[in-house]
Design a protein around this ligand. Structure first.
Ligand SMILES: NC(=O)c1ccc[n+]([C@@H]2O[C@H](COP(=O)([O-])OP(=O)(O)OC[C@H]3O[C@@H](n4cnc5c(N)ncnc54)[C@H](OP(=O)(O)O)[C@@H]3O)[C@@H](O)[C@H]2O)c1
Length: 295
C-alpha cells in the first residue's frame, strides 16, 4: 500500500514548497493537505478528533503561530499552536505508529550572548522570546510523547509563496523598501542562516521518501549572514540603487527580542542527504524564479 502523509500548514510559505517539491519528485507518496479550515490547531480537542479518525503513516507539521512580535502579548495563543497542539499531534502519531516530522526554529536558541560558533542539534535550547520558548517547548513535548519524531529546525525563511502564503517575506520586504527609499538601515548585530523554503522542502520530502533516523536535524542553507549582509546581497543582485547602511538592534525597536546569534550547523543533514546549497546561491535562484535577478 502507498504511504500516506498528512501535511499541516499546506498553504504557508514552507508548506507550499513541500507540496511543490512532492509534485516535482513524481509524488513518491500520497500527500494529503490539511488546512486550517479543516483543522484549527488552536481549538482544544480538535487534533484528537480529526487526526484520530484518519489513516496515515506520517504527519508533517508546517503549521505554526509565526507572529514573533505578537506572541509577546499573546503567549496563550503561541503556546496553544506551537506547544500544546504539537504535543497532541505526537500523541496521536504514537498511537498510530506514524512518524511526526515537525518543523522548528533557530529561535529556540539565542540566550547564549557569547555564542560565535554554529549551533549543533544537541546544544541546549535557550530562547530569548515567547515564540522561541513556545517552539522549544513544542519540541520537548513531542519527544516526550512519541519515539518516532523528526524535528527539523530551520531559519530565516524565504520562499515564493511568502509568509502565510500571502506573497510577502523578508526578501520582498527588503526589495520593496529599497524601491521606496534611498537608504536602507538594516541591523548588523544579528547573525543567522538565511534559508530558501524550497531547499528545506527538498530535505523534508527526501526524509519521507528515503527515511532517516528519528531525532533533530538543522536544515538551513550553508554560510551565515547578518541581516545587513543579507540586505546588501538582495539589493545588489536585484540591481536596486538604494544605499544599505548597518545599524544596531537598539535603533530598530521591536516588541520581541531577537537572538544575536542563531546560526545553525547543518553538518548532520548534509552528511545524510548531501551538502546544502549556500544561501547566496539560494537567493540567486529565488530572484531568478521571481524574475528580479539582474546580477
Ligand atoms: N518564517 C521563518 O523565517 C521561519 C524561521 C524558522 C522556523 N520557521 C518555522 O517554519 C515553519 C513554517 O513557517 P512558514 O514561514 O511557512 O510560516 P507561515 O507562512 O506563517 O505558515 C504557517 C502556516 O500555519 C498555519 N496556521 C497558523 N495557525 C494555525 C492554526 N491555528 N490552525 C491551523 N493552521 C494554522 C497557517 O495557516 P493560515 O494560512 O490559515 O494562516 C499557515 O499555513 C513553522 O514551524 C515556523 O515556526 C519559520
Amino acid at each position: 500500500m502507498r504511504s500516506r502523509v498528512l501535511l499541516l500548514g499546506p498553504y504557508g510559505q514552507l508548506g507550499h514548497d513541500v507540496r511543490h517539491v512532492h509534485a516535482q519528485s513524481g509524488e513518491p507518496f500520497d500527500l494529503v493537505p490539511i488546512p486550517r479550515e479543516t483543522l484549527d490547531l488552536a481549538a482544544a480537542g480538535s487534533i484528537d478528533r480529526l487526526l484520530g479518525s484518519l489513516r496515515f503513516d506520517a504527519l508533517v507539521n508546517c503549521a505554526a503561530y509565526t507572529q514573533v512580535d505578537l506572541a509577546e502579548v499573546d503567549a496563550t495563543g503561541a503556546f496553544a499552536v506551537n506547544t500544546h497542539a504539537v504535543q497532541a499531534m505526537a500523541r496521536v502519531c504514537d498511537a498510530k505508529r506514524a512518524r511526526l516530522l515537525h518543523i522548528s526554529s533557530d529561535y529556540v536558541f539565542g540566550g547564549d550572548a557569547a555564542r560565535q560558533r554554529p549551533l549543533r542539534e544537541d546544544d541546549p535550547a535557550a530562547p530569548v522570546n515567547v515564540y522561541g520558548a513556545s517552539k522549544a517547548m513544542g519540541e520537548r513535548r513531542a519527544r516526550l510523547e512519541a519515539d518516532d519524531v523528526v524535528i527539523l529546525r530551520t531559519a530565516s525563511l524565504f520562499g515564493v509563496a511568502g509568509t502565510g502564503g500571502k506573497g510577502d517575506n523578508v526578501v520582498e520586504t527588503m526589495i520593496r523598501t529599497a524601491q521606496e527609499k534611498e537608504t536602507l538601515r538594516v541591523v548588523d548585530d544579528q547573525r543567522m542562516s538565511p534559508t530558501a523554503t524550497v531547499d528545506v522542502a527538498r530535505v523534508a520530502v527526501r526524509m519521507l521518501k528515503d527515511g532517516c533516523a528519528p531525532g533533530t536535524y538543522h536544515v538551513v542553507n550553508a554560510d551565515s549572514a547578518t541581516w545587513f549582509e543579507f540586505a546588501c546581497e538582495i539589493v545588489r543582485r536585484a540591481g536596486l540603487a538604494a544605499d544599505v547602511t548597518p545599524c544596531a538592534s537598539e535603533e530598530y525597536p521591536v516588541r520581541a527580542p531577537r537572538p544575536r546569534y542563531s546560526v545553525l550547523d547543518n553538518a548532520k543533514v548534509s552528511a545524510a542527504f548531501g551538502a546544502m546549497p549556500a544561501w547566496q546561491e539560494a537567493l540567486e535562484r529565488y530572484l531568478r524564479t521571481t524574475q528580479r535577478l539582474v546580477r
